[in-house]
Design a protein around this ligand. Structure first.
Ligand code: HTL
Ligand code: MG
Length: 635
């Protein structure tokens, strides 16, 4: 909508006069270089306002704004390809590529994705959400360009956290060998979601001992000029023959891999970044430009606590005030339980792939620092390290999000399951996660884990059952995956360790006519739907593997129909398991399988996706009515 014209003296001054003129990378190029710092400041202001509704990736996007402005100033997107690893830091890119007016819709149903997405914009080079994919994608694009005899530029932006992923490191190995023209901007803010970890991280801290580039505009600029300019000038003349000349450390792992290394430079000096990118992007072979940024840049409270401000809730942009929540999450329930468990059992050891906060492990990491390991964004390493521990007598627990365990499928199968090792998988964010959308939904784990022999799978209905399962997992001689959803549960007192006989279900509502089988979140919905309906039974199918065949035979022998409910794809999930078991038992009881349909679910609220998928309470009641149950209209 265009603003009504009023006399200019009455119009409030825009907070973003430069940004108001920029709606595309072409508009950006019309600005002079000395306007770029102001534009970046306005972009940050805009990002803070957009993010104040909560649930968005604020601090990462603030830190990457200057380098995004510089990249779009030099490169010609969409012809030139700019790739963002993870995509959570790319809000400035979205705003600069014609999506400013839609920013309030980010992560909302029907709105923009929280990451970059090929189907969303021609400027989004890759569809992402998971880390460490940008380098291999960029290599593929450079190889495609050369194979097709084309001549565009390829630049990938990757964070220091994402560089810890095996995929990124393995891609560098090939990139250095293939020697194609491409630029890698290493956005180093010393942070993943929590403090970054790993040997490479320590190496990069060594490179940063010259702290000058963060200390004051003038000093930084001078130092960059003193160091980077002559080097880059020289390099652009000498091109690839000078590759190893610029290493500030005697052994530079990037250079050792055959990738030209430049840096570290101040990632907030946008004019210097423009100057450098102009010179580096056309050099033969691959180049890493190592830029140092501050997570939360420009927003004092976010700079002071970048862990909280990685993905804050709703806040007041002026003061940074936010309402803290008293809700008790499943992640906290796991964290509390495992902190207690480790006090009782010296064999307990918890491994996280870069998700200390999200997995509820802050307290655990403080209480049991010697039995805690963050391997960085390397899910495969997390699982196989656990295998090594289990082989030597520990009882490791891999705390991992469902969606990220997808990265370690073969490690579960090959390194853990074949020898039936006692590794527990505490799988958080199982099921639809909502706002993060298709890349982050955890709706495949029941299917992919169920197909691996020896792996037990449990869906606790509450925090007490989660504890019962953790205890059972320590005692059971083999891998066990305990899967719980995003969201909240009830607190239980310390010392709650119920016995949970392996592979058993539990009747939670009597009724033999139609029986609903469901675990976890599906059970919540089933109980709501079936409450007060005579003849409708509900079973807490808390073990998806092994199924409780005794109880299944019992209920299926009597019931007219069974209904299964799961927050997982219907392909190969819990309902499939029930059908397979009935087939094996020679029972022909009709089964209605309710679950997430065989399609990727975009970002929306969890409730909305569940309603559309037909697994929430009203949807279950509709199915019961179709099966001839007398269902009153209102729930
Ligand atoms: N594991 C994998 C394979 N992918 C993702 N995205 C995660 C875990 C979770 N995750 C993020 S953002 C992020 C993690 C671990 C930190 C990335 O650190 P980096 O960027 O240094 O690359 P920074 O935040 O700007 O410092 C999301 O799910 C969004
Ligand atoms: Mg980082």
């Amino acid at each position: 909508m265009s603003e009504p014209k009023t006399s200019s003296s009455l119009q409030p001054a825009s907070r973003t006069p430069l940004l108001d003129r920029v709606n595309s990378p072409e508009d950006l190029k019309r600005l002079s270089r000395d306007q770029l710092p102001q534009l970046a400041a306005e972009l940050r202001d805009e990002i803070v306002r957009v993010c104040s509704v909560g649930g968005l990736h604020l601090a990462s996007s603030l830190g990457a704004t200057d380098l995004i402005v510089a990249l779009h100033y030099v490169l010609n997107s969409p012809r030139d390809r700019i790739l963002f690893d993870v995509g959570h830091q790319a809000y400035a890119h979205k705003i600069l590529t014609g999506r400013r007016d839609r920013m309030p819709t980010v992560k909302k149903e029907g709105g923009l994705s929280g990451f970059t997405k090929v189907s969303e914009s021609e400027h989004d080079a890759i569809t992402v959400g998971h880390a460490s994919t940008s380098l291999a994608n960029a290599l593929g694009m450079a190889l495609a360009r050369d194979a097709l005899g084309q001549n565009y530029k390829v630049a990938a932006v990757i964070g220091d956290g994402s560089l810890t992923g095996g995929m990124a490191l393995a891609a560098l190995n090939t990139i250095g060998d293939m020697n194609r023209r491409m630029l890698i901007v290493l956005n180093d803010n010393e942070m993943s979601i929590s403090e970054n970890v790993g040997a490479l991280n320590k190496f990069m801290r060594g490179l940063q001992v010259q702290k000058w580039f963060q200390e004051g505009e003038g000093a930084g600029k001078k130092a960059v000029q003193a160091v980077s300019k002559p080097l880059a000038e020289f390099m652009s003349r000498a091109k690839s023959s000078t590759r190893h000349f610029f290493d500030p450390a005697s052994v530079n792992p990037f250079a050792a891999m055959g990738v030209r290394y430049v840096g570290p430079v101040d990632g907030h000096n946008v004019q210097e970044l423009v100057w450098l990118i102009e010179r580096l992007v056309d050099l033969d072979g691959p180049t890493i430009l190592h830029v140092v940024t501050r997570k939360g840049k420009g927003l004092s409270y976010a700079e002071a606590d970048p862990i909280y401000w990685h993905g804050p809730g709703k806040f007041d942009p002026a003061t940074g005030e936010f309402a803290s929540s008293s809700a008790y999450s499943w992640s906290s329930a796991f964290g509390d339980a495992v902190t207690e468990l480790a006090r009782q059992d010296p064999r307990t050891f918890v491994i996280t792939p870069a998700m200390r906060e999200g997995s509820g492990l802050v307290k655990y990491s403080q209480v049991h620092p010697n039995r805690y390991l963050d391997v960085g964004i390397a899910e495969d390493v997390a699982v196989t390290t656990a295998a090594g521990m289990a082989l030597q007598g520990l009882r490791p627990i891999v705390a991992i999000y469902s969606t990220f365990l997808q990265r370690a499928y073969d490690q579960v199968l090959h390194d853990v399951a074949i020898e039936n090792l006692n590794v527990t998988f505490a799988i958080d964010r199982g099921g639809i996660v909502g706002a993060d959308g298709a890349t982050h939904n955890g709706v495949f784990d029941l299917s992919y884990l169920r197909s691996i022999p020896n792996v037990g799978i449990g869906l606790p209905k509450d925090a007490a059952e989660l504890r019962g399962m953790l205890k059972a997992a320590q005692e059971h001689p083999g891998p066990f995956a305990i899967r719980y959803p995003r969201g909240n549960t009830e607190r239980v007192p310390e010392g709650t360790w119920p016995d949970l006989p392996w592979g058993t279900w539990e009747r939670v509502q009597d009724g033999d006519d139609v029986v609903i089988l469901a675990g976890g979140k599906g059970l919540d919905y089933a109980l709501k739907a079936a409450r007060g309906l005579p003849g409708v039974g509900v079973v807490n199918a808390r073990f998806v593997k092994p199924l409780d065949e005794k109880m299944l035979r019992e209920v299926a022998g009597k019931a007219r129909a069974l209904v299964t409910v799961e927050d997982n794809t219907v392909v190969g999930g819990f309902g499939s398991a029930v059908l397979e078991a009935l087939s094996g038992l020679g029972l022909r009881t009709p089964v209605r399988v309710l679950g997430i349909p065989d399609a990727f679910q975009d970002h929306a609220t969890v409730e909305s996706v569940h309603a559309r998928a037909g697994i929430d309470a009203p949807a279950i009641r509709t199915v019961l009515a179709e099966l001839g149950v007398d269902v009153p209209l209102e729930v």
